[in-house]
Design a protein around this ligand. Structure first.
Ligand code: G4P
Length: 525
C-alpha cells in the first residue's frame, strides 16, 4: 500500500485539448488502450455535437449522456494513476472547457498537421497561459500531407506564444511518411500503420550509415540536416521550464494509426507534473498538506431520469478525501458528508473510500453546489481561477407558461449554478437576460428547462455587444455611472454590478469617460 506521498507522486491529471476534428477523441482513445482501460478501439465515442447548423436536441442529449461517462477517464499506466479530464469539443461550450482547465495539472494540445494552429486551440492555450499550465504539443495526422515541421513550430510560437522544443521529428509526411526520430530517447520509430507502436529501434548515432538502410538516402540526409538545425536553433529540453509553462515539448505522430502515441505517453508520465499547488484567496495550498481541501469545477445533471440529482465534480487539492466524513461546505457554512462518492476508472463509476490530490471525485448533489465551491476540513478557503467569462450573446428570457413560474425560477437558478449560461437582472425593470458564449447554450437551456423542470421559456432579442463587471474605489463616480447608464446596468447572480455595453464604441467611450472605473472581462477580479 503506497503511502500518502507516493499516492500523490504517481498521479497525473491532465486534459487533452484541440480544435474540433484535430484528433482529441482519437488520441484519448489510444491513450486509454495503452492503459488497458479499454480493450478495443471505438469504445470512446466522440463527444462532439456534429457541426450541423441547426442543432439537433437528441444530439445535445446524447452528448450530455456521453460526456458524463467520459468526463473523467482514469487509468493506470506503468506506475502512474492517470486522470484525463474530457472537454467538450464544441466552441459554444468553451466555458466548460475553461473551467475544466482550472482542475488539471497539465495539458496536451493536439493539432492537425495540415491545419496548424486553429482558433479554438488559440483560446484554450490562452487560458493555460493564464495559469502557466505545462503544455505538450502533439502534431497529429502525419500520415497526411500537411505543413512543414519548422513552419508549424513558428506558428505555435507566434500564435500560441509557446516556446517550443521538439522531442520527436517527422521523417517525411503523407505518402512519404516514414516515421519519427525520437530526439528525447534517441530512437528511430518506423511507421507502419495500425501496429501497436510502430517499429522502434534504438538509434543513438544519427550519423551512422545504418540510417540509410532504414529510411533511404534522401530521407536520411534531410533528417540529419533537420536534426542539426533543431539542435542549433531550439532550446534543449529543460524540465523546470516545462513545469513552469515556459517550454513546450512537441511530438509528431498519427493518433488514428496509433503512431507516436506511446512515445508521447512514456515521456508524459516521466515529465508531466504530479499534483501542483493551488491558489486560494487566503493562501497557497500544497497537495502534501494533511488536511483535505478541494473545489467543484463542473456540475452535471444526471442523465438517468429516475435520479434527478446532479453530479458535482470535485478536484482534490490536498490531503485525503474520505467517504462518510464530514466536510465544511465553505460557501454554505455547513457540514456535509458523502456516502457514495465515485471515481471514474476506465469511464466506469465506482464508489471510492479514499481519494488523493489530483483525483476527481463525483459527488451526488441535490442542489447544494455551485461551480467554484470549496470543501475543507474546517478552514475557510476560496479557490481562485474559476472565472466566468464576459458573455457575447444575449437574449431576454421570458416565462412562456405563467402556471410554471416557480419551476422556471428554480430551473434557471440551478442551471446557472451548473454554469450552463449566465444570468443578469436589469436594474430598471428586473427583466432577466441570459448571456452566453454561443447560440447552442440558449437551446440547451430552453430544452433542459422544459425536460428537467417542466418550465417553458421564450427568448426575446436584445442588442448588446458585451457584458462586463465594473468596480471602483471611487464610490461617487461608480454611483454616477450606474445612474447615468441605468438602462444598461444589471446585477449578476451574485448581485455584482454589470454594465451591458450596447456597442464596442459605447464600451470604449465609457472606459474613456470614466477612467476611475475598472471594467472587468472575467468575473474574477
Ligand atoms: P476531435 O475529437 O478532436 O474532434 O477529433 P477526432 O478524434 O474525432 O478526429 C477527427 C477526425 O480525424 C476523425 O475522422 C479521425 O478518424 C481523424 N483522425 C484522427 N487522427 C488521425 C490521424 O492520425 N490521421 C488521419 N488521417 N486521420 C485522423 P472522421 O472521418 O471525422 O471520423 P471517423 O468517422 O473516422 O471517426
Amino acid at each position: 500500500m503506497a503511502n500518502f506521498k507516493e499516492e500523490i507522486e504517481k498521479r497525473r491529471t491532465f486534459a487533452v485539448i484541440a480544435h474540433p476534428d484535430g484528433g482529441k477523441t482519437t488520441l484519448t482513445e489510444k491513450l486509454l488502450l495503452f492503459g488497458g482501460a479499454i480493450q478495443v478501439a471505438g469504445a470512446v465515442k466522440s463527444n462532439k455535437i456534429k457541426k450541423s447548423t441547426t442543432s439537433d436536441f437528441m444530439e445535445i442529449e446524447k452528448q450530455r449522456g456521453i460526456s458524463v461517462a467520459t468526463s473523467v477517464m482514469g487509468f493506470n499506466y506503468r506506475d502512474c494513476n492517470i486522470n484525463i479530464l474530457d472537454t467538450p469539443g464544441h466552441k459554444d461550450f468553451a466555458e466548460d472547457t475553461y473551467r475544466t482547465l482550472t482542475a488539471v495539472d497539465s495539458v496536451i494540445v493536439v493539432m492537425d498537421v495540415a491545419k496548424g494552429v486553429e482558433e479554438q486551440t488559440k483560446k484554450l492555450v490562452e487560458v493555460c497561459r493564464m495559469r502557466d499550465t505545462p503544455v505538450i504539443v502533439f502534431i497529429n495526422k502525419m500520415d497526411r500531407e500537411g505543413k512543414d515541421g519548422f513552419d508549424l513550430l513558428d506558428e505555435i510560437e507566434d500564435k500560441l506564444k509557446l516556446t517550443t522544443c521538439p522531442l520527436s521529428w517527422p521523417i517525411g509526411m503523407g505518402q512519404t511518411f516514414k516515421g519519427v526520430y525520437n530526439l528525447y530517447q534517441k530512437q528511430l520509430n518506423l511507421f507502419s500503420p495500425n501496429t501497436k507502436y510502430g517499429n522502434i529501434l534504438g538509434f543513438n548515432d544519427i550519423n551512422s550509415s545504418e540510417l540509410e538502410k532504414h529510411i533511404g538516402d534522401d530521407a536520411a540526409e534531410i533528417l540529419r540536416e533537420e536534426v542539426e538545425t533543431i539542435e542549433g536553433v531550439y532550446p534543449s529540453f529543460d524540465k523546470e521550464k516545462y513545469l513552469t509553462g515556459k517550454l513546450s515539448p512537441v511530438f509528431f505522430g498519427s493518433a488514428v494509426n496509433n503512431f507516436g502515441v506511446k512515445e508521447l505517453l512514456d515521456c508524459f508520465i516521466e515529465i508531466a507534473p504530479s499534483p501542483v499547488n493551488f491558489k486560494t484567496e487566503e493562501r497557497v495550498i500544497d497537495p502534501y498538506e494533511d488536511k483535505f481541501s478541494g473545489f467543484v469545477f463542473k456540475i452535471h445533471a444526471n442523465m438517468d431520469p429516475r435520479h434527478r440529482d446532479r453530479i458535482a465534480f470535485l478536484r482534490v487539492c490536498s490531503g485525503t478525501f474520505q467517504r462518510n466524513t464530514n466536510y465544511l461546505h465553505v460557501r454554505k457554512d455547513k457540514k456535509i458528508k458523502f456516502s457514495n462518492p465515485t471515481t471514474f476508472m476506465a469511464s466506469k463509476k465506482e464508489v471510492v473510500e479514499n481519494a488523493y490530490p489530483g483525483d476527481i471525485v463525483g459527488l451526488y448533489d441535490s442542489g447544494n453546489f455551485k461551480i467554484g465551491d470549496t470543501l475543507t476540513e474546517g478552514e475557510i478557503l476560496h479557490f481562485k481561477g474559476i472565472p466566468s467569462f464576459s458573455p457575447e450573446q444575449f437574449k431576454y428570457i421570458e416565462n412562456a407558461d405563467p402556471m410554471k413560474s416557480k419551476q422556471l425560477a428554480k430551473g434557471i437558478r440551478q442551471l446557472m449554478d451548473e454554469g450552463v449560461a449566465q444570468l443578469f437582472t436589469k436594474n430598471t425593470n428586473n427583466r432577466k437576460i441570459i448571456g452566453t458564449v454561443g447560440q447552442l447554450q440558449f437551446e440547451v437551456l430552453q430544452y433542459r428547462l422544459k425536460h428537467e423542470y417542466g418550465a417553458s421559456c421564450r427568448y426575446e432579442p436584445i442588442n448588446l455587444h458585451k457584458a462586463c463587471w465594473i468596480t471602483s474605489q471611487n464610490e461617487t463616480k461608480l454611483s454616477e455611472f450606474i445612474r447615468k447608464k441605468a438602462n444598461y446596468m444589471a446585477k449578476d447572480k451574485e448581485g455584482r454590478d454589470v454594465y451591458l455595453a450596447e456597442s464596442r464604441w459605447m464600451l470604449e467611450s465609457a472606459q474613456t469617460d470614466y477612467p476611475e472605473l475598472e471594467f472587468h472581462f472575467t468575473s474574477e477580479f
